[in-house]
Design a protein around this ligand. Structure first.
Ligand code: ZN
Length: 282
């Protein structure tokens, strides 16, 4: 089994009618967290959310982008992770800079999971965060929104982020044996240590977790950091500005700069471009 860094690998535990996904992020995660001076806890949470966005994308059939958004009134204000069907990920977090303790960053907030298809309407599910464990919150989301029994383990440190998802196959009639198998898998999954998930290769993890199962493993797919920002989308930020603010900015700077918060690329609009954008508003 090829253990590519930054990969998503699906597998199937045949006997238990369970599908699984393993996601490992290194380079993409390090690139994303290097964009800002993230406090360690926020960086790890961003890593876990990026991993989750990839795990979820692989379980839902659609063409488009899956968006995870954590919001809270506390020290962590907002955390966003995007993953599309090509497994291009990006993410960003905002926190209160006067805070130092982010250990309770999630509890009391909300987790919104949005499926944004390239064409058609968005679908959004929201769960209240009653825990500081992202994995638990996502399991609740699947329970409530999708009625799919799901187990998730997540981990992140300063070098990597990783996650494993197990899910009962949808549209399958379960018998008692399946329920027993599921309980066994849950017990086995609890034995997996964070450092093992982060550092062991996929084959070793699966052998250690499911030694007695017939596990079908698919080829790993690469996951990469790639921002989907464009000049055209950045122009939308200008459309939302009041004319008085535009005049003031152009008066001072002769141009308006819109910086993408995901990749820090700056798009510059001079007065002519701004007029053209305003004319095409709505
Ligand atoms: Zn960007």
């Amino acid at each position: 089994m090829n253990n590519t860094p930054d990969s998503l690998q699906r597998f199937l535990i045949n006997r238990a009618h369970v599908r699984g996904v393993l996601v490992k992020l290194q380079q993409s995660y390090l690139t994303i967290i290097s964009q800002q001076h993230y406090p360690e806890t926020i960086a790890h949470l961003l890593g876990e959310t990026l991993v989750t966005s990839a795990l979820l994308t692989s379980t839902i059939k659609f063409q488009g982008t899956l968006i995870m958004q954590l919001q809270n009134q506390g020290p962590l204000e907002l955390l966003v992770a995007h993953c599309n069907q090509q497994l291009h990920i990006r993410g960003v977090a905002k926190w209160r800079e006067d805070e130092e303790d982010f250990s309770d960053a999630l509890e009391g907030g909300t987790l919104a999971i949005t499926i944004a298809p390239d064409e058609g309407e968005r679908y959004q599910g929201i769960v209240q965060l009653e825990t500081n464990e992202l994995a638990k919150a996502v399991e609740t989301y699947f329970d409530q929104s999708e009625q799919l029994s799901t187990l998730i383990v997540l981990a992140a440190d300063q070098h990597a982020a990783a996650g494993l998802l197990l899910q009962k196959l949808p549209n399958h009639l379960f018998d008692t044996a399946d329920a027993d198998n599921w309980a066994d898998l849950e017990t086995q999954l609890k034995q997996l240590y964070t450092h093992e998930l982060l550092n062991l290769d996929n084959e070793t993890i699966l052998n250690r977790l499911f030694p007695d199962e017939d596990v079908i493993v698919y080829d790993p797919e690469p996951v990469v950091f790639r921002c989907t920002c464009t000049e055209e989308r950045s122009a939308n930020a200008i459309r939302t500005l009041e004319q008085a603010d535009i005049d003031e900015l152009l008066g001072i700077y002769k141009e308006i700069t819109v910086t993408c918060e995901f990749c820090h690329h700056s798009y510059r609009f001079d007065a002519d471009k701004v007029i053209a954008i305003k004319q095409t508003a709505n």
